[in-house]
Design a protein around this ligand. Sequence first.
Ligand SMILES: CC(C)(COP(=O)(O)OP(=O)(O)OC[C@H]1O[C@@H](n2cnc3c(N)ncnc32)[C@H](O)[C@@H]1OP(=O)(O)O)[C@@H](O)C(=O)NCCC(=O)NCCS
Length: 208
Amino acid sequence: MPIYKTITIDQYTKALIWKIEEPIEALEESIELSDYCAKRYQNMSSEIHRKGFMSVRQLLKLLGYTDFDLTYDAKGKPHLNDGTEISISHSFQFSAVIVSNRKVGIDIEKQRDKIKRIAPKFTPIEEYQSLGETDLIRKLTMVWGAKEALYKLYGKKGLRFLEDIFVRDFDFQNFTTTAEVYQNNLTTTYRLNFLEFESYTCVYALAL
Ligand SMILES: CC(C)(COP(=O)(O)OP(=O)(O)OC[C@H]1O[C@@H](n2cnc3c(N)ncnc32)[C@H](O)[C@@H]1OP(=O)(O)O)[C@@H](O)C(=O)NCCC(=O)NCCS
C-alpha cells in the first residue's frame, strides 16, 4: 500500500506520507527527472536513499506536480515553480511531502535509542527526567523532528536548535503544540503537529 496517509490540514495545505514497500523499478515507473535531479539520482549509492527520492516524486505526482515543477536553492531547500510552499522528508521506509500557501516544514524520523546521545545539543535534557525510557525516546524524537521541520521551513543556516528554537511542552494526549523561533530580534510562533506510526515520528510545522 504505497500511499500511507493523507492529511488535509485546510483548503491549501496537505501532507502525504508514502510507505516504501515496492522495488525501485516500481517507484521509477512513469517518473521523469529534470537534468539536475537525474544527476543527483545517478550519484546516489544507497538504495534506501534512491527509494526515498523516487517515492517523493510519486507523492508529487499525486499532488499534481512533476519533478520539472521543483527546483532547489543553493541551501538545498525545495521550491515549487507555482509559488506553493513545499517541504520534503524521507527516512528509511517512509517519505513525506507537505504543500501549502503558508510557510511549512516536515520531518520524518525513525525512533531510535541514539537520539539520547545527541539530545543535549538540541534540547535542555533535564526537562525530560521524569519520563520512562520509551517515552523519553518518543519525546526527544518529536522535539528533534520539530526542530528539523522548522529548520526546513526557514531553509537557511544559522538557526541554532538549542538557542533559537523553543518547543512548548506537550503531553502524549495532545499531539500538537507551538514553537517560538528567535531570528534577527524577531520572535515568530509556529504550530506543530505530531504523528506516530510503526516506530516513526512525523512532525509538520506551519506558520500561524
Ligand atoms: C537539511 C536537513 C534539515 C535535512 O534533514 P534530514 O533529517 O537529514 O533529512 P530529511 O529526509 O528529513 O530531509 C531531506 C530533505 O530536506 C530538504 N532540504 C534540504 N536542505 C534544506 C534546506 N536548507 N531547507 C529546507 N529544506 C531542505 C530537501 O528536500 C531534502 O530532500 P531531497 O533533497 O531529497 O528533496 C538536515 O540535514 C540539517 O542540516 N539539519 C540541521 C542540522 C543542525 O543544525 N543541527 C544542529 C543541532 S544538533
